[in-house]
Design a protein around this ligand. Structure first.
Ligand code: DAH
Length: 344
C-alpha cells in the first residue's frame, strides 16, 4: 500500500507544477489526468486491491486526490479563457500607459498656514493652540476688554445658548492669554487656528475664517524687534517686490498699536478693486502687549515687555494667489482646489 501512497503524492506534485503554456495544454491536462483512461481513474481503480481495514482511509485519500486534480483543471480553464479573450479576441492595445491616479492636493489655506508657521519657526517661535469654543475671560476680559467695553462691538460674536459665558472665539488672541497664564517665560509662540464672527457672507467676509497670532514676551522686547520680525515675515512670504508701511491703530490689547500694510500685489500700487484704489492692502494688526494683559495673567509688567500681532490667513492667501472672492475657500469646488500644489 505504501507504493500507492507514494504514487498519489508524486502525481499531486506533478499536477501542481503543471503550467498551460498554450491553450491546447489545458485539454491535454484533462485527457491525461481526468479522461476516461486518465491517471485519476487508474489510481482510483487501485481501490479494489486495498485491504478491508484500510478501505476507509484510502477511500478518503483517493477522493481528495480526484478533487485536487479537478480543481487544478478548473484553474487552468479560467486562466486560458482570460488570456484568450484578452489577448486573442481583443483589439485593445495592452502596451498603452495606464490612466494616472488623480491625486488630492492641499487646501490653499493649509498651504499658506504651513508656510506662515514655518517662517516663524525659523525665528524660534513655537506653535500653540487653544479651543475654538472659548470663554469670555480668554476672548475678551483678559485682553483688556471688560464687559460693556465698546471694543467688543468690533467683532460680532456667536454666543453658545447653553452657557452665557461661552462663545465661539472671535480671534486667536485668546490663545495668547492661555499661554501667558501658564507663567513660563520667555514666551515666543504663533497660534494658527479657526475663528468665527457673525458676519454676512460676501466676497470679502465670512462667518468663519483663519488667523495666525504671534506673541513674544521677554525682558527688553521693543517695537524695533516687532518691526524687524514682521519685515522678515513679509519678505519671506511675498518676496521683495513691494513696499511696507506701519500705520498707527488701536487695539485694546496693545499699546502702542499699529497695522501693517503692503503695496497692493495685484495692481502694483497703482490702484484696483482689491486695494480699494488706495494702492495699499492691510495685512495684519500688531503692537506692544498692553501692561494690563501681563498683569491679568500674573506677569510682572515692570520686568517683562512683549509684542503681539494677528493676521488673517485668507487675506494673505488671496494676495499671494490673487484670489478675489473669499467664498471660494469654503465651497469645495475641485476645479478651484486642484490649482494649488504643495510646491507653490
Ligand atoms: N485680534 C485682532 C483681530 O482679530 C488681531 C490682532 C491685532 C492681534 C493686534 C494682535 C494684535 O495680537 O496685537 O482683529
Amino acid at each position: 500500500m505504501e507504493a500507492l501512497l507514494q504514487r498519489i503524492e508524486a502525481l499531486k506534485t506533478e499536477i501542481s507544477s503543471f503550467v498551460a503554456a498554450k491553450a491546447d495544454d489545458t485539454e491535454a491536462f484533462r485527457i491525461k489526468y481526468l479522461g476516461t483512461k486518465g491517471l485519476v481513474k487508474e489510481v482510483m481503480g487501485e481501490m479494489k486491491n486495498v485491504p478491508v481495514e484500510r478501505k476507509k482511509e484510502f477511500g478518503q485519500l483517493l477522493n481528495e486526490f480526484k478533487l485536487f486534480a479537478e480543481a487544478k483543471y478548473g484553474e487552468l480553464q479560467t486562466v486560458t479563457d482570460a488570456t484568450q479573450t484578452n489577448a486573442e479576441n481583443s483589439t485593445f492595445d495592452w502596451s498603452l500607459p495606464g490612466d494616472p491616479l488623480r491625486e488630492g492636493s492641499r487646501h490653499p489655506i493649509s498651504l499658506v498656514r504651513n508656510q506662515v508657521v514655518s517662517i516663524f519657526q525659523r525665528l524660534g517661535f513655537a506653535v500653540a493652540e487653544g479651543p475654538e469654543i472659548e470663554d469670555d475671560w480668554h476672548n475678551f476680559t483678559a485682553l483688556n476688554m471688560p464687559e460693556n467695553h465698546t471694543a467688543r462691538d468690533m467683532q460680532d460674536t456667536f454666543y453658545i445658548s447653553q452657557n452665557p459665558d461661552w462663545i465661539l472665539r472671535t480671534h486667536t488672541s485668546s490663545v495668547q492669554v492661555r499661554e501667558m497664564e501658564k507663567g513660563k517665560l520667555p514666551i515666543r509662540i504663533i497660534c494658527p487656528g479657526r475663528v468665527y464672527r457673525n458676519e454676512t457672507i460676501s466676497a470679502r467676509a465670512h462667518c468663519f475664517f483663519h488667523q495666525v497670532e504671534g506673541l513674544y514676551i521677554a525682558e527688553n522686547v521693543s517695537f524695533a524687534d516687532l518691526k524687524q520680525t514682521l519685515y522678515f515675515f513679509v519678505q519671506e512670504m511675498f518676496g521683495k517686490d513691494f513696499k511696507v508701511r506701519f500705520r498707527p491703530s488701536y487695539f485694546p490689547f496693545t499699546e502702542p498699536s499699529a497695522e501693517m500694510d503692503i503695496s497692493c500685489l495685484i495692481c502694483g500700487g497703482t490702484g484696483c478693486n482689491v486695494c480699494k484704489h488706495t494702492g495699499w492692502v492691510e495685512i495684519l494688526g500688531c503692537g506692544m502687549v498692553h501692561p494690563n494683559l501681563l498683569e491679568n495673567c500674573g506677569i510682572d509688567s515692570n520686568k517683562y515687555t512683549g509684542f503681539a500681532f494677528g493676521m488673517g490667513i485668507e487675506r494673505i492667501t488671496m494676495l499671494k494667489y490673487q484670489i478675489k472672492d473669499l467664498r471660494l475657500f469654503s465651497e469645495n469646488d475641485v476645479r478651484f482646489l486642484k490649482q494649488f500644489s504643495a510646491a507653490t
